[in-house]
Ligand binder design. Structure first.
Ligand SMILES: N=c1c2ncn([C@@H]3O[C@H](COP(=O)(O)OP(=O)(O)OP(=O)(O)O)[C@@H](O)[C@H]3O)c2ncn1[C@@H]1O[C@H](COP(=O)(O)O)[C@@H](O)[C@H]1O
Length: 109
């Protein structure tokens, strides 16, 4: 599963040098970090709206589609900052066996 994220991360890094006329990712980089963050925010909102709709309709296709857009644009943001999916996967892996409530308590002793 994470192989897909790893491969996509490599493609995204390579696209930083690509022609903005032929690459969507390169066109985002050409517009700058603020444009990338704007897209992350937009996709986040679209994901929330799709999840709200899905709870009522039971139809989950749009949630998957919008979450893919959100992950994709978040990965473009990470790539912009010299990071990649491995950084996030390693962070999640380090949280295995740690309850979210315990982690929160350790932050606010
Ligand atoms: N996974 C994706 C991916 N998911 C979504 N998108 C694009 O993200 C955009 C989604 O934004 P919107 O729906 O808001 O579309 P929009 O209205 O065109 O966006 P704006 O003009 O408003 O910014 C669309 O253009 C989608 O095509 C993606 N574009 C590229 N990839 C991957 O990135 C690789 C490199 O892409 P290029 O840089 O285009 O070669 C591709 O081979 C894919 O693997």
């Amino acid at each position: 599963m994470s192989d897909v994220l790893e491969r996509l991360g490599q493609v995204l890094d390579a696209r930083k040098q690509a022609d903005p006329e032929t690459s969507y990712v390169a066109s985002l980089h050409a517009k700058g970090l603020n444009k990338i963050l704007e897209k992350v925010g937009e996709e986040c909102t679209e994901t929330l709206l799709a999840a709200k709709d899905a709870e009522h309709s039971g139809e989950t296709r749009d949630v998957v589609y919008e979450t893919a857009d959100l992950w994709f644009h978040s990965m473009v943001m990470l790539s912009r900052l010299g990071l990649g999916p491995k950084d996030v996967i390693d962070e999640l892996a380090s949280r295995f066996d740690l309850s979210g409530l315990e982690e929160k308590a350790s932050r606010n002793p």
